[in-house]
Design a protein around this ligand. Structure first.
Ligand SMILES: [Fe+2]
Length: 287
């Protein structure tokens, strides 16, 4: 089955969100949405999410799933806003509980912050499947960038989140808490064992040396042949050495602190105070 895939690129965070649907049923899933956030002012906005809503309405689609590939560290999720406007269930990987444990400590969250994934409607495990209308989606657990990363395989389309990027850009960083380059290597092999013609939709694009346009769609066959970090049968030793050396040079994403606090709550803000005001924390020397 070849579902229709519409991409939405957010040039503030270099994130690609997707709407995937199958024509006969009109049912759709939304993958990795973005809530706009201005770090300097603390202002949120919905212009990115509103583009998705407009598309869903224009195509007369019924939203059944709002899927997260993982707890993003570089943008806030718009999942609750989309759910309020469009319906659908919010899903993420079952290993979210590990991420909640880690960041619950870092942000010194009280006992009211549940670390059991209960903020989400569905927690997927390796091998689980789900349906978007008549169309089946399969879940691969693909950790390494984070412990909870999933790849959603829907028909011939694989939504790989932050595991593989475009072949000329390579792979995702593995230096966040719970990340591991050895683990990412194994996860990528799992993705590359899908049929060569499988379409791969990546979670971010940053262009690449010699490329002036953003891009987000490739195939398993192209990744195997051309990926600069992992293509042509690169060994795990070579990959781990390259990945760890490169990660040591990277600074933290601009929105990591707000993103984690919100995304570990399925995109909800922390509880408001008695006045109804909402605050995010800025832990010092903790990351
Ligand atoms: Fe990520």
């Amino acid at each position: 089955m070849k579902p229709k895939v519409k991409a939405f690129f957010d040039d503030q965070t270099f994130t690609v969100s997707y709407v995937v649907h199958e024509d006969s049923s009109r049912a759709c899933a939304i993958v990795d949405s973005v809530l706009d956030f201005d770090h300097a002012s603390g202002q949120t906005g919905t212009s990115s999410a509103d583009q998705i809503i407009a598309y869903v309405h224009a195509k007369d689609l019924k939203t059944e799933w709002i899927l997260e590939s993982h707890v993003h560290a570089d943008h806030l999720s718009a999942a609750p806003y989309l759910q309020q406007e469009l319906g659908g269930k919010i899903g993420i990987g079952h290993h979210i509980v590990e991420v909640q444990e880690t960041f619950g400590k870092i942000f010194n969250e009280g006992t009211e912050f549940q670390r059991d994934g209960s903020q989400f409607d569905a927690l997927f495990r390796e091998g689980d499947s789900f349906h978007i209308g008549q169309m089946r989606g399969d879940v691969l657990h693909t950790p390494g960038h984070t412990p909870a990363c999933l790849t959603y395989v829907i028909g011939d389309a694989a939504f790989v989140g932050d595991t593989l990027f475009m072949p000329d850009f390579g792979t995702a960083r593995c230096d966040f808490p719970g990340g591991s380059s050895e683990t990412l290597f194994a996860s990528i092999q799992k993705i590359l064992s899908l049929p060569d013609e499988t379409r791969i939709f990546v979670g971010h694009d940053y262009k690449a040396p010699g490329r002036d346009e953003y891009a987000w769609e490739t195939t398993v066959g192209e990744q195997k042949a051309l990926n600069i970090h992992i293509g042509q049968g690169r060994s795990i030793e070579e990959f781990v050495e390259m990945r760890d050396a490169r990660d040591a040079t990277l600074s933290k994403p601009r929105l990591i602190l707000p993103s984690l606090q919100v995304n570990m709550r399925a995109g909800q803000m922390p509880p408001a105070d008695e006045q109804g005001d909402v605050f995010l924390k800025l832990p010092i020397n903790k990351l």
